[in-house]
Design a protein around this ligand. Structure first.
Ligand SMILES: Cc1ncc(COP(=O)(O)O)c(C=O)c1O
Length: 339
């Protein structure tokens, strides 16, 4: 294997040794197969190619200071995938099968788990696709569930720092009763133009308001939003955002720290009142928000007045990372340790 420069990895794809696959045929899941090919042999009329029967997940494995490998809340990813399956009529992958495949693929590619201290980790990408051929708009009768892994670099190259976001009203990521709450590729296709617009304008990411009224905060790119004020952790309630496992965990840690958690609609104007705010998700855990500009109304909400992450976000971030790395006790039963 060519030496990997762990400290300089980006969030890109690097080939690893194996992926694991499982086929759904005749109404049932088959045996787990270990595969070293990066390709899929697919029927040209497969429903994943034409009708968007495609779902994925994203999680990480960590090499910890005690030398062990830790996985974070993998059962929750299994449950979220099941919810997506119900949403777009795909057969549910049982939690036990999902977790067994995650553990197997990480173990098989153990040499690609970045060392502790490099800031990098092993990204895990479960993928479920409709492989059965259909020409009419129907669900497929055959599916492939596979998981591959790839080492990825730290989100913050220069350390935990603030980023600026921009509200874009021109495009909706997801409809109120659409597929926003599911992790399907179509949502990401719908976000590409807004994301490019934000990057071209020099922002780190696009920020979405609710599609119906354009009044309430939905999501920040591919991450959930939270704001902190007056001892409260406040996060949007919306039918068009992905239920983030990081956000759910941060809510628990916030409660543990004595904060009140509010899950409710957040009007755009309320941004002006937050003492701290962040985008949260697997990639960054927390990406603290510096400023949010509204591209259309030209309003600007400066959240981090000194340009630095706030104390509550920093505390939440450190606590979360320490649990993932086995440095602090896992009191909520979130961690799977691989032998
Ligand atoms: C649209 C969207 N929102 C939120 C998240 C954060 O979710 P999680 O914390 O489970 O990674 C992600 C990433 O998975 C995402 O793609």
């Amino acid at each position: 294997m060519k030496e990997i420069d762990w400290a300089n990895l980006s969030f890109g794809y690097i080939q690893t040794d194996y992926n694991v696959r499982c086929y759904y045929r005749d109404g049932k899941w088959g045996e787990i197969e270990v595969c070293s090919s990066e390709s899929i042999n697919l029927h040209m009329a497969a429903t994943c190619l034409h009708y968007g029967q495609e779902a994925f997940e994203g999680q990480k494995a960590f090499r910890c200071p005690d030398g062990k490998i830790r996985l974070f809340r993998i059962e929750d990813n299994a449950e979220r995938l099941q919810s997506t399956c119900r949403g777009i009529l795909m057969p549910e992958v049982p939690t036990e099968l999902f977790c067994e495949m995650v553990k197997k693929v990480v173990k098989l590619n153990e040499r690609f788990i970045p060392p502790y201290g490099s800031g990098a980790s092993l990204y895990i990408r479960p993928l479920l696709i409709g492989t059965g051929a259909q020409v009419g708009v129907h669900a497929a009768d055959e599916y492939l569930f596979l998981i591959f892994v790839t080492p990825v670099g730290p989100y913050f190259k220069g350390g935990f720092a603030t980023n600026d976001y921009v509200i874009i009203r021109e495009f909706d990521r997801a409809a109120p009763l659409g597929t926003g709450r599911y992790k399907v590729g179509g949502n990401y296709a719908a976000s590409l133009r807004a994301n490019k617009m934000a990057h071209d304008a020099g922002y780190s990411c696009e920020f979405y308001l609710d599609a119906r009224e354009k009044k309430y905060i939905d999501e920040c790119g591919a991450a959930n939003f939270f704001g902190i004020k007056e001892g409260k952790y406040i996060t949007p309630e919306s039918s068009s955002i992905l239920p983030s496992i990081t956000n759910r965990s941060l809510q628990q840690l916030a409660r543990d720290m004595g904060l009140t958690v509010e899950c409710r609609q957040i009007p755009e104007e309320e941004l002006a009142t937050f003492e701290e705010a962040g985008a949260c998700g697997t990639a960054a855990v927390i990406s603290p928000i510096g400023r949010i500009d509204d591209m259309e109304s030209h309003k600007s909400y400066v959240i981090a007045k000194d340009g630095k992450p706030g104390p509550v976000s920093t505390q939440l971030y450190n606590k979360f990372r320490n649990i993932q790395y086995g440095i602090e006790p896992d009191t909520h039963g979130w961690i799977t340790v691989l032998d």
